[in-house]
Design a protein around this ligand. Structure first.
Ligand SMILES: CC(C)(COP(=O)(O)OP(=O)(O)OC[C@H]1O[C@@H](n2cnc3c(N)ncnc32)[C@H](O)[C@@H]1OP(=O)(O)O)[C@@H](O)C(=O)NCCC(=O)NCCS
Length: 180
């Protein structure tokens, strides 16, 4: 039994055997959605990054209870002279959106990070037009801090992004991982 288990989805660190599917998702405009930057990356590069390993970014497969892989969620560190900033990102395959899985995955990730890291804050940023992502963050307890103007370069244009965060004191206690 894994640690990161919810009611409808589980999170599982990406394993070597997931890499072909993971690389396919990273290259797919459909999976990344219309509000994420486009990216093309070779399977070799994905494998190399995986072999190299880094503590700065960790990817998780989002799986349904029947083992079906429906997307991914990651946490990564942004380096700032004043300290490290912990941020999350996520995507679901189009056919599995709108069923509450994104919200549950984010809640599990927030529980996991506050239980396992000394951080006081987790942040996320999303295109101002990405209402689904903003709703997910708000349902998971994040607060909108403001707009970062022309923050993301997307499909040939600079786009404004909303910055969201949740503080440890707002999270208070695990919502899903209540028996780790
Ligand atoms: C963003 C994303 C992960 C949301 O996950 P999801 O599982 O579809 O979201 P949920 O089903 O948990 O929905 C959460 C809320 O958002 C609402 N919502 C879903 N799609 C929406 C849309 N297109 N516009 C407005 N609200 C929307 C839902 O109604 C729900 O609110 P409710 O519970 O009050 O009804 C998913 O849409 C996705 O993978 N998009 C493409 C990639 C992406 O944009 N990633 C985020 C980058 S920051």
């Amino acid at each position: 039994m894994g640690l990161l288990e919810g009611k409808n989805v589980n999170l599982r660190v990406v394993e070597k055997e997931d890499l072909p599917l993971f690389a396919e998702w990273l290259n797919s405009p459909e999976v990344f959605g219309e509000y994420n930057p486009l990216r093309q990356v070779s399977k070799t590069e994905v494998e190399k990054d995986f072999e190299k390993g880094t503590i700065e970014i960790t990817d998780f497969i989002i799986e349904k209870k029947d083992g079906n892989k429906i997307g991914f969620i990651c946490h990564f560190v942004l380096l700032h002279p004043a300290g490290k900033i912990l941020e999350i990102g996520y995507s679901l395959v189009p056919s599995e959106r709108g069923k509450g899985y994104g919200t549950e995955a984010v809640k599990i990730m927030v529980d996991y990070l506050f239980l396992s890291r000394e951080t006081m804050r987790i942040q996320a940023c999303t295109d101002t037009r990405n209402l689904a992502s903003q709703k997910v963050l708000e349902k998971a307890g994040f607060k909108k801090e403001g707009i970062m103007r022309q923050y993301l370069f997307m499909r040939g244009q600079q786009r404004d992004a909303c910055l969201y965060s949740i503080l440890r004191e707002e999270w208070k206690e695990p919502k899903i991982l209540t028996k780790p």
